[in-house]
Design a binder for this molecule. Sequence first.
Ligand SMILES: [Zn+2]
Length: 491
Amino acid sequence: MATQPIEIYNTLIRKKEKFTPLNSPFVGMYVCGPTVYDDVHLGNCRTFISFDLIYRYLLFVGYKVRYVRNITDAGHLEGDRDEGGDKFAKKAKLEQVEPMEIVQKYTVGFREVLRMFNTLSPSIEPTATGHISEQIEMTKQIIEAGLAYESNGTVYFNVEKYSQKNNYGILSNRKLEELLEGTRELEGQDEKKGRLDFALWIKAKPEHIMRWPSPWGWGFPGWHIECSAMSTKYLGATFDIHGGGMDLIATHHTNEIAQSQVCNHCEPVKYWMHTNMLTVNGIRMSKSAGNGFLPLELFSGNHKLLDKGYSPMAVKFFMLQTHYRSTLDFSNEALQASEKGFERLMNAVSTLEKLKSSGKSSSDIKSLCAKCYDAMNDDFNSPILLAHLFDGVKTINSINDGKATISKEDLSLLQKTFHGFIFDVLGLKEEKPATNNDDLLNNLMAMIIEMRNEAKEKKDFPASDKLRNGLAKSKITIKDTKEGTTWEKEK
Ligand SMILES: [Zn+2]
């Protein structure tokens, strides 16, 4: 167990507080997972890498963590407030496949990217479609409690009625009146009694494939209810940590609290944790701004804003240099500096393994190692941890150059601390130079070739040429043969 208590910034009270698990040494942690209708974007990766860091540190200091991260494979409409079409149905139509093929394709892609970032698998990865009956059950309970109503086959949560006895805006720290003022009336939503009401169950149109029978007819669950249903099922009515991106605070997490509170009669979560957003050269990363790149584009360098490709570990190291609650700004300069920093750290790790002890230590190794724990105990502050590790790098290099000394006991402590924090906590790993036998390169190439073939199928020749030319810059040539597409790297 950690020598000092861990402090966590809790969105619910908007300050840091001591982490006391409900049932130590067990910790229950739920993180909202991806909606698998498209390639996972970098902002999501940052969130999952941040919670991987938190998960890893809790394990490292001895907690027994059940980490649940769901897969949203049904029921997510384009707008967070029940407007627009179903994301899966729309994409399935576009790609001319079944919605479940969309789910499969992007779930596989998502896991592949997170594996490249060397994140640990959660303990449970439940899907929305696997928990339809639990979601119907909760919806029934909310209707029975008088806090939801059916309107033409769709069931809505009555926010204003809930607010008479509960603080609906507790997480976002907003009053109901403010929320009402800031919400515009949406077209075609006259079925709702109040404009803040949200769907628990949505009536399916006849052409909608992903639908299930319910007491209110054929339909599918709303997006928010799945997280209440799955977190309750696997972590109980109240659990320790709930996380996600900060864009989920105002609607998704606010609604989760309301639903769970009505069904379980208690506050669902002790510590709410949220990661901040990404910017590119100071501007918020978004599809509409055209400045968003996908993880694979970042690895290959195939994007107009990127000078070159960066390895998954260089990108991860770059992310870990910013605290999860701060905005993370991407720029070529910062990525290149991280690439060098990561290399320096890894070189120091190999030097440390060969280092010889002699006499007394010329610097305070014990205090350096304690500071690593202090940094992580302070709301998982990875940039401060890295700063201490780089102090260690200086010490390691001085000892190696014969300018400093280290005792036998301190050397073994430093090795243990470096190894533990770099590999187990930060989840970094050595990256070997790429060769044709390299798994990473093979996987990357398979994905790039798939992207190119898709572009060609869609007759998007500028995109397929761009991929081919991008590869040529890395001295990789691709050939289309009868057996399929092959590739070769110039020696
Ligand atoms: Zn969720």
